[in-house]
Write a protein that binds this ligand. Structure first.
Ligand code: SF4
Length: 392
């Protein structure tokens, strides 16, 4: 059954939230007190999914060119549509078509399904999700998921959301197609990221029985087992949760010993905790402002005030008219026309055209030095002191 993107229902134990509820089963009950909120990023993602589905319908021959062109016109009127989105969806759908062709080369009977409701409620109470693309050929089933975000690179390795989609698809199609291998692929066109995890169906089922099922049942029954960690950032209770607060306050505790100044080892210890602490503090600040300003909640010792603001013209046209009347020239009162910034230009031209025309004009100056953990992929910069020493 094909799913309407905008109406994709959110299960309580959703696949997208599974890394959180698998680590912290108590979060399910706690989260149920909070309303669902949508963001412009989520809406943009929905628009990209809808456009990609249309492109795939055309590319795999489900609709005619005429139907495609007619429907594309409607998409072009959408709030989030841009040439850049069109290019990214082209790249994503081309990659999907490559996978489909590979499957068809193996067997003419390869099955391709778009937007399938995937039911994994055998392991997760009321659990279901939507698979963007399913390709089944010769005992191998591939579940492909478009991720339109570009904030974080998402890997398919050990990705519980993808594995649950894989389970749902396996559940639905194993009887008919005798599936031995499940491939789970994430395509993130804005980051040129294609990531796949391949598991034997038995391995996936073992994970489902031993890891998912017991935790999901515990979570669905209102578990009070909480575990704070990086997954808290996506939890609706992240600002008010006591376990997260305690974990962060514990992180902030440090036994500082003599002498009066911190040693590099002690500073390194603080740095290692800083990201999680900053994220927690910023969640608390955002939540408290929202509650105090919009809902009148009062926090002892705190009040809402007006932040700093910059002066603006009340009426730009009236200002221009007045200054011209007073004898000022156009040059004196207007800024020279400015070229669009790189992000806006890429949006306007589309990535392909942008790269073709402007590739040689784009430079990337070195970034400002920044502290990063040892595990970061970027090579370490030599310090200014050692560079000066080398120069000598
Ligand atoms: S904030 Fe973290 S610890 Fe608290 S319920 Fe959510 S996931 Fe669990």
């Amino acid at each position: 059954m094909s799913q309407n993107h905008a109406e994709r229902a959110h299960a309580k134990l959703s696949a997208s939230g599974s890394s959180r509820w698998l680590a912290c089963p108590g979060s399910v009950k706690l989260e149920s007190q909070y309303p669902d909120v949508t963001t412009s990023f989520a809406e943009e993602g929905t628009a990209a999914h809808e456009l990609s589905e249309l492109m795939l319908q055309y590319k795999i021959g489900e609709i005619t060119k005429r139907q495609y062109s007619g429907r594309l016109k409607k998409h072009k009127k959408g709030e989030y549509f841009s040439q850049e989105m069109l290019d990214h969806c082209e790249n994503y759908t081309d990659l999907v078509v490559e996978r489909v062709n590979e499957a068809k080369a193996k067997t003419k009977d390869a099955l391709v399904l778009l937007e399938q409701r995937l039911d994994f409620s055998q392991w997760v109470p009321e659990g279901f999700g939507t698979g963007d693309v399913l390709v089944i050929a010769d005992g191998v089933m591939e579940v492909i998921d478009l991720k339109y975000g570009k904030g974080v690179l998402v890997s398919a390795e050990n990705n519980s959301q993808m594995r649950l989609y894989g389970l749902g698809a396996y559940n639905e199609y194993d009887l008919l197609y005798d599936i031995e291998t499940v491939r789970m692929t994430i395509i993130q066109p804005r980051l040129d990221n294609v990531s796949t995890e391949e598991l034997a169906a038995d391995e996936l089922l073992k994970w489902a029985e031993e890891v998912v099922k017991p935790t999901a049942e515990e979570a669905a029954q209102g578990s009070e087992t909480f575990e704070a960690g990086s997954h808290c950032r996506f939890c609706k209770a992240r600002a008010e949760c006591r376990v997260r607060a305690e974990a962060n306050l514990e992180l902030a505790k440090h036994e500082f010993k003599e002498p009066e100044l911190l040693s590099p080892v002690e500073i390194a210890d603080v740095l290692a905790k800083a990201d999680e602490l900053k994220s927690w503090v910023s969640d608390i600040e955002g939540h408290a402002l929202d509650q105090a300003y919009k809902h009148g909640v009062s926090y002892p010792g705190w009040k809402v005030v007006e932040g700093r603001s910059n002066r603006i013209y009340a009426d730009k046209e009236a200002v221009q008219d007045l200054l011209i009347l007073e004898g000022y020239s156009e040059d004196e009162i207007h800024k020279p026309t400015e070229i669009k910034g790189i992000t806006d230009m890429q949006k306007a031209l589309g990535k392909k055209q942008f790269d073709t025309l402007l590739k040689d004009f784009i430079i990337k100056p070195p970034g400002k030095p920044k502290l990063a953990p040892e595990s970061d992929k970027r090579p370490a910069l030599s310090s200014a002191a050692s560079a000066a020493e080398d120069f000598k």
